[in-house]
Design a protein around this ligand. Structure first.
Ligand code: FVH
Length: 300
């Protein structure tokens, strides 16, 4: 390391995301060594001052820190098969998307190979966002490794360390993606319904976005209720269960598949059947298998 702001870092995997990571590191004036299975993907980065390595093992020995970002867990382990004990004494940060269990297994394998530290990450951004403060990258695993290389991570975007369990970043990543897919599912159904009467999606979202913003503003209250195990509301589940068939029936009548809405209808009905008819929609969280919160005593 030349000084506090300039670190040597290796990037393994130069797909859309790995290339964006490497580019941000080069632009952040870190000494950046790159390797990709298909070598031509390194050409553009090398013309921007990245250092080319011809093997993954050679790339890893060039830097105390290696960031790997390949397509999936199987590809990660293929890379580790090749690299082997050249990981010894070095820090590995795995930004490949995966599950918490995959992250814990990768951490164990890195330890067996003698790594000085392992952190797993979740990238909450698309490649074009990398390097901007809006790009959030979650990390978990070795706190020492995170602290030592924090300036490198902050070159990629906002860096958030979640804890020593290497699986935490993947868990948060998947949980955040779940929220995103839920939103996209609702939006797709909403614009399909509006579109069934020839309302352009671009027009309809002018109403949809403020509505979703208003609903999003209620989420802190919903979260408090989930944590407290207490779900007061003036929009109880029994009311929602009574209205939901309209949504399904209208979808059919308009020629729109209600598939994305049906799981929510079934969960609401299950909540009512389980005795939560007077409760808020927040009461449904526990039906998904969340450990039951200890109810907080509420006066009145
Ligand atoms: N792109 C995105 O929007 C998302 C944003 C959030 C995070 N994801 C995850 O990032 C990982 C990499 O994604 P990517 O977009 O870079 O993916 P590709 O452009 O398809 O590049 C895949 C790279 O993986 C290499 N690779 C595949 N198999 C192997 C293997 N067996 N051994 C070594 N490398 C392998 C591939 O190499 P090549 O095909 O060019 O030779 C690419 O470098 C991913 O986990 C996303 O979920 C991205």
């Amino acid at each position: 390391m030349a000084n506090d702001n300039r670190h040597a870092v290796t990037v393994l995997g130069l797909g859309a995301m790995g290339s964006a990571l490497a580019r941000a590191l080069v632009e952040g004036v870190h000494s950046t060594t790159v390797w990709n299975r298909s070598p031509e993907k390194a050409d553009g980065l090398v013309s921007q001052r990245a250092l080319r390595a011809t093997t993954a093992g050679g790339a890893m020995t060039a830097s105390p820190l290696t960031i790997v970002c390949v397509v999936d867990d199987a590809a990660l382990h293929e890379v580790l098969d090749v690299v082997g004990e050249r990981l010894s004494g070095r820090v590995l940060v795995n930004l490949t998307n995966g599950t918490p269990e995959q992250a814990r297994r990768a951490a164990a394998r890195a330890r067996d190979l003698g790594a000085a530290g392992y952190a797993d990450g979740g990238i909450m951004a698309v490649p074009a966002m990398i390097g901007a403060p809006e790009a959030l990258v979650l990390y978990s695993g070795s706190s020492d490794a995170f602290a030592a290389h924090r300036p490198v991570f902050e070159t990629l975007g906002a860096a958030r360390y979640l804890g020593a369990d290497p699986g935490l970043a993947a868990l948060y990543d998947i949980a955040l993606l779940s929220g995103m897919y839920g939103m996209f599912g609702g939006v797709l159904h909403a614009v399909a319904l509006a579109g069934s009467e020839d309302v352009p999606a671009t027009e309809f979202i002018k109403l949809l976005i403020p509505w979703l913003d208003a609903m999003a503003s209620t989420l802190p209250q919903l979260a408090e209720q989930i944590d407290a195990g207490h779900h007061p509301t003036d929009s109880p589940l029994e009311m929602q269960a009574a209205g939901f068939p309209n949504l399904v029936e209208a979808s059919h009548a308009q020629g729109i598949r209600p598939d994305l809405m049906l799981p929510m209808q079934h969960l609401i009905e299950e909540g009512v059947a389980a005795g939560h008819g007077v409760d808020d929609i927040s009461s449904l969280a526990q039906l998904l298998g969340r450990p039951t919160a200890t109810p907080v005593a509420v006066e009145g």
